[in-house]
Every structure is written in structure tokens, then in C-alpha cells.
Design a protein around this ligand. Sequence first.
Ligand SMILES: C[S@@+](CC[C@H](N)C(=O)[O-])C[C@H]1O[C@@H](n2cnc3c(N)ncnc32)[C@H](O)[C@@H]1O
Length: 205
Amino acid sequence: MPSNAEKTEHYFTAHPKSKPKFGLIHANLRGKPFKFLTASGVFSKKRVDLGTELLVKAMVLPESGYVLDVGCGYGAIGIVAASLNPKLHVVMVDVNERAVKLAKHNIKLNHIHNAEVRRGYLYKPVEGMLFNCILSNPPVSAGLATVKAIITEAPKHMVEKARLQMVLKSKIGGKRLQQIFEETFGNCTVLARKSGYRILTAEKG
Ligand SMILES: C[S@@+](CC[C@H](N)C(=O)[O-])C[C@H]1O[C@@H](n2cnc3c(N)ncnc32)[C@H](O)[C@@H]1O
């Protein structure tokens, strides 16, 4: 039976109180095997989410430089990005302290040496940093305002020609969020679609 804390906690709770129940996921992503320690109180604890999988499959990474994974959860997107190109340095950010602990653990578990995890709200932990690419499977359940902020505040944290790449469920605010991409960047492309998800991307500058 789930405890009361488990019943009321969202995956985006900053300090989950429920006792963590751990799990280990094995996933093959971009042709490589990965292991992720997951736990109750974090997003998609039983398997890599379909939207996450689609973003990982479609994401276009820079040849070098800094990559940001906003709302990293237990770390699948940032860890795969780091593993694909050792010339990148990946910064992963999440507000949920349990997710941050898991992502740190998963970096080690997958022998990644070019990624780090910071805890905090949206872009606060990377204030003053500029990225060559921003990736996100955003916390839609936290409200569209949070997702909107990830889009509208992104350009301040991007170098010219950098790309924001985000997975969204077409049915949940998809049209409005695509408009926000257009208003913010003056451009927006659908990079991939599958099973009701789409990957939106926009270039700065
Ligand atoms: C949809 S989940 C995606 C997790 C992970 N990237 C994945 O694909 O499995 C969104 C994540 O955003 C985090 N989050 C929610 N609000 C946030 C905020 N204000 N700042 C940073 N992270 C936040 C949640 O804790 C959650 O881990």
C-alpha cells in the first residue's frame, strides 16, 4: 500500500518525504546500453519515458561545448548526450533533490566523466553560463507557466546558433507552446513526432 506521502507527492516535489523504493532500469539508447537507478518520487521510475526516448533518439548535439538538460530527473537525457560526445560538458539541473541524487549516482554507474548535476529551480543553478544546446523533457504537470519559462528564459543562457530541443505531448498545450517557441526565437521546427509526442527545436539568433 502506498503511504500518504507517496499518494500526495508529485515527481516535481523539491524534497520528497516518502521512503524511496528503488528500481534499476536497463535501456538501449542510441545503440548503447545504459543503466539507471530510479526511485519512487521521481518521474517515470519504471521505464524510460516514451517522450524521453523520442528526444534522445532525435536530439542533435553540438560538436563541442556546453549542453544543459533542464529538469533532468534521474538523468537519462543528459547522460546519453554526454556519452555520445566526450567533447561536450553536460550540466543537468533538477529541483527534486531525490532526482539529483539519482542522476549523480547514474553518472557514475554509466562511467560518464563529462557531466555534472546541480540542484535548483530552472536556470538558477546555471546563472551566468552560456550553452551550445539546451535539452528538456519539461515538467508539464508542474503547470504550463513552468514550461513557458523554460522556453522564454532559454535565450539568455544560449550562445548564438545554439538550439533548444524540447519534447512535448501534442495534446497538452502543444499548439500554444509551439507559438511560444515562435514568439521567443522567431523560428520553430518539429524535429520528430511519435505516439502523440513531438520534438520542437528552435535556434537562437
Ligand atoms: C517530465 S520530468 C523529465 C525528467 C527527465 N528529464 C526524463 O526525461 O526522465 C521533468 C523534471 O523536471 C523537474 N522539475 C520540475 N520543476 C522544476 C523546476 N522548476 N526547476 C528544475 N526542475 C524542475 C522534475 O523534478 C522532473 O524531474
